[in-house]
Design a protein around this ligand. Structure first.
Ligand SMILES: Nc1ncnc2c1ncn2[C@@H]1O[C@H](COP(=O)(O)OS(=O)(=O)O)[C@@H](OP(=O)(O)O)[C@H]1O
Length: 215
């Protein structure tokens, strides 16, 4: 029969409480001091004064510290992002864009090189800007060149600006949203191609108007 342990006596049952609490307090205090020192040395801005509870788990005391794990000291962004990532610049291996705005250069760049989202519009507009001397023809140009009733049939089949009106040598047929416009624009980039600007819908809507209208 052993005597009951006296509180405060080392080795006693009751003596476990106070030292454990003291140890816990010391640990907490040291953690607080560590965090305070870390904030003063490396932290800047109001976020440095956040309480540890507000920190993410990766920045909690005891977790491995790294510059990116701490929200205040964000890692400096490198000027060039990862290759292929969103917003990444075009690879340097890509052929250079034509700077003189020539049709061949722009069209070639459009056809051969992957373009950044912002470049698509510029390249396309450069590629398909047509001067009056160009052989490609749009409906608007045809109607401007001919008389108002030139498509109504019975008129002359020649225009002063574009020569003889001829039936097409090739047709692009496709379902709606099948990419026919993209195909047309790609083919139209060739200087020897004349093409209508809008779909004439001859076979499905305007067949009754006849071939004179279609020319
Ligand atoms: N190469 C290629 N690959 C995948 N998708 C492509 C391609 N070229 C064109 N498109 C898409 O086709 C849609 C336009 O098709 P159309 O020109 O036939 O449209 S229309 O019916 O004449 O209005 C249009 O789709 P939406 O943007 O959804 O309308 C184009 O983005």
């Amino acid at each position: 029969m052993s005597p009951p342990a006296q509180p405060g006596v080392p080795g006693g049952r009751g003596s476990k409480g106070p030292p454990a609490r003291k140890l816990l307090c010391m640990c907490s205090l040291s953690l607080c001091l560590t965090y305070l020192c870390y904030s003063l040395m490396g932290g800047t801005g109001p976020a440095a004064l956040r309480s540890p509870a507000a920190l993410p788990a990766s920045a909690a005391p005891g977790a491995p510290r790294s510059p990116t794990a701490f929200p205040v000291t964000a890692a400096p962004r490198s000027p060039a992002g990862p290759p292929g990532g969103p917003g990444a610049p075009a690879p340097s291996a890509a052929p250079p864009r034509a700077s003189n705005g020539s049709r061949e250069g722009a069209a070639g760049a459009w056809l051969r090189t992957p373009l950044a989202p912002g470049e698509v519009i510029a390249a396309q507009s450069g590629a398909f800007e047509r001067d009056p001397q160009e052989s490609s023809t749009t409906d608007e140009e045809l109607s401007r060149a001919g008389s108002p009733g030139s498509r109504g049939g019975g008129g002359s089949s020649t225009t002063p600006d574009y020569g003889e009106k001829r039936l097409p040598q090739a047709l692009i047929i496709g379902v709606k949203k099948g990419g026919t416009r993209a195909l047309l624009e790609a083919i139209r980039a060739h200087p020897d191609v004349r093409a209508v600007g809008t779909e004439p819908h001859f076979f499905d809507r305007n067949y009754e108007k006849g071939l004179e209208w279609y020319r």
